[in-house]
Design a protein around this ligand. Structure first.
Ligand SMILES: [Zn+2]
Length: 250
């Protein structure tokens, strides 16, 4: 099996909040090739710059963050608040899964605080299912079908809550204590977002929020920092916990 991990999240800095520690460990400990994709370039992520300007900045930041760990950044060029399950995004994500030959896929929780995240989750779930199906949009040359559906994992929703405020506990957590500083360096590469928050909150809220969430997830698990996941276990998706077997669970 190809050792390729692909994260498909909505916005350019989502990976650095939700699962970068796990990606770093897959790369360093098991030699996985790592790809980090965002559905949008984060075009609404500024009150000072227009959409095109901030998009250019944030694509560069996403690429720089990924480069810190030798990963590759991809922007799928949907737009903020307009990520909607449908033919075009499904085609893009299926193509990316086939091009990268991903064997482990990550996406957002099906229930999350905003719809771009939930729709990205739905699109990625569907694309994982489509990736091995030769007749899916065959005329558009999406690449050679995969041999089977990749392992699919959902990250924690923001603050571990669904939109009604109910807790969504992870099925398992990965210990990221040893790589938390690298994860913070990756997040810091998203300087436009960090500066914006620093200006408005007067403190380094951006990195602090990531660290304190990692500590929160680690509580009671005997480690300092953790990331939480649930595996998609619907019919025909892989049932064994490849990620947990590789990195151990806490
Ligand atoms: Zn997001």
């Amino acid at each position: 099996m190809q050792k390729v991990a692909l994260s498909i999240l909505a916005h350019p800095d989502d990976a650095e909040f939700l699962l970068a520690g796990t990606l770093i460990r897959l790369k360093r400990e098991h030699g996985y090739e790592v790809h980090i994709a965002s559905m949008t370039p984060g075009d609404c992520g500024s009150v000072e710059q227009d959409g095109q300007t901030i998009s250019e900045i944030r694509r560069r930041e996403g690429a720089a963050a990924a480069a810190l760990i030798g990963a590759t950044y991809h922007c799928l060029e949907e737009r903020d608040l307009l990520v909607v399950y449908g033919e075009a995004p499904l085609e893009k994500v299926t193509r990316l899964i086939r091009e990268t030959r991903a064997s482990i896929l990550f996406t957002h929780s099906p229930s999350d605080y905003m719809l771009d995240h939930e729709q990205t989750s739905t699109i990625t779930r569907a694309a994982a299912f489509a990736a091995p199906i030769p007749n899916f949009l065959a005329a558009r040359k999406l690449g050679a079908p995969l041999g089977h559906i990749p392992h699919l994992y959902y990250c924690d929703p923001l603050e571990g809550k669904d939109p009604l405020g109910r807790d969504i506990p992870p099925a398992f957590c990965v210990d990221i204590s040893a790589v938390i500083d690298v994860k913070a360096d990756m997040l810091a590469a998203h300087a436009s977002q960090r500066d914006w928050l620093m200006k408005h909150h007067g403190m380094d809220q951006y990195l602090e929020a990531m660290r304190s969430w990692g500590q929160e997830r680690a509580k009671g698990r005997g480690v300092a920092f953790a990331e939480g996941f649930r595996q998609h276990l619907g019919h025909s998706y892989p049932q064994d916990n490849l990620l947990g077997d590789l990195l151990g669970t806490v």
